[in-house]
Design a protein around this ligand. Sequence first.
Ligand SMILES: [Zn+2]
Length: 315
Amino acid sequence: MAIWTYERNTRVQARGLASVLSLDNCPFCATSLTNLGNSATRSPYSYTASAKIIDICAICGFWRIRQDFKSSKGTRDEYYTSVHAATATLRELDLSDISVPLQEARTYLVAKYDARFEMHPRLFEETVASVFKDLGYQVVVTGYSSDGGIDVILHDDSGTIGVQVKRYKNSIEVEQIRSLTGALVLAGFTKGIFVTTSRFQAGAPDTVQKYSSCGYQIDLVDADRFYETLRLTQRPQYNSVEEFASKYGDMDLTLVAESDLPGGGLEISGKHITSALNSDYDGPAAFALKEQLRRDPWRDKAEHRGSIDAAAHRE
Ligand SMILES: [Zn+2]
């Protein structure tokens, strides 16, 4: 993925790199890392062995490679051990630039959700639309062609839904929900979804409840819920070691640690994660995820789609 870069680890200190090697979860989106593969080689002519371990985040594409070398010092049971590694650092992507490819923008947003506030409003609308498309809806983006307050129209078996998208820092006021409902009435729709990069003011659920009893169903999607939905629709980044190697196969690894203790040994602490990543990195994703995704009405759709994709891969 173009959102990740490897620059011979010039911006990554070996000590920080060591701490990245000890992480169980992606430092960007908190997904648990997947082991893509291990390869071990042992020379038949000497006491030399090496193992390469690749771990990836299937959701945002973060990766790390670790290679352990172990060789005999000549004396029996005395080994020289060294660990070399590399990790992906996040490129700075300007989401206020409308020409950023949608897939890159989506993946970047997963890795650095704070960037949503700088995102070009139209790019955010298109991102929202593409996420709903991945959930199985037919999607039409109307944002810049209509002033009716409906930015995206969704169709599926259950009917038509008008979506309003607000890339806001401030919380959404009840009045804005009334305005969406007004737009739905004029368009002849009875279902709406309000998506925002922020959150809703306290009175919003009550207002939605009142509209519901009048036959208008409004679904509220705040920043947290949109992030979870976005993650659900991200495709796995790499399916095989070969696919990974075609992009990053010939990179140089940085020496992380070495030891000439009998038997070898390496201590890795998890304390220097920040220094391991580039200067643009400002901590784990602002919205720490629960390991279990909250129950969501769209989750079944996403899982259904996942099984279709898996079937397609097998063919
Ligand atoms: Zn990730």
